[in-house]
Design a protein around this ligand. Structure first.
Ligand SMILES: [Zn+2]
Length: 138
């Protein structure tokens, strides 16, 4: 609780119970659509509106505490990891996991430096790797 309060304060956000709960839910879900965060938060605080949850998610995103996630099905998603990173994606299980591999980033950056794309400047590299997890998500 104190850790989250400090995080919010460091980003200049007012510390509210609602903000703390939304952040805690994001920590548990890691990658989630706005709808699934709202559903989870409302199971804890039934009086909070969906619009308030969306607003809090946006404020967490704008201050860099979480990041926006392309859920690949057109829904608005959020990621507890704010820095650029890779993802492993299992479409069948609808499961997304972070894949932190500095070596992969380095290889792709080197490749793109040697083979520049005409008319395009590379800022960052975040790769989605499609596949199947061998174990079911619990
Ligand atoms: Zn992620």
């Amino acid at each position: 609780m104190e850790r989250i309060k400090r995080l919010l304060q460091e980003k200049g956000l007012k510390v509210t119970t609602q903000r703390i709960i939304v952040y805690q839910v994001m920590e548990r879900l890691c990658h989630a659509t706005a709808d699934s965060v709202a559903k989870e938060v409302r199971s804890i605080v039934p009086t909070i509106t969906v619009a308030t949850v969306y607003h809090i998610l946006e404020s967490l995103c704008q201050t860099g505490l979480i990041s926006r996630l392309d859920t690949r099905d057109g829904k608005i998603g959020y990621d507890i990891t704010a820095k650029t990173h890779h993802h492993l994606f299992d479409a069948q299980q609808r499961r997304i996991e972070d894949y932190d591999d500095a070596g992969l980033t380095h290889v792709v950056r080197e490749y793109l430096a040697a083979h520049p794309v005409s008319g395009f400047t590379v800022d960052d590299v975040a790769i989605w790797i499609d596949g199947r997890f061998s174990e079911k998500n619990s």
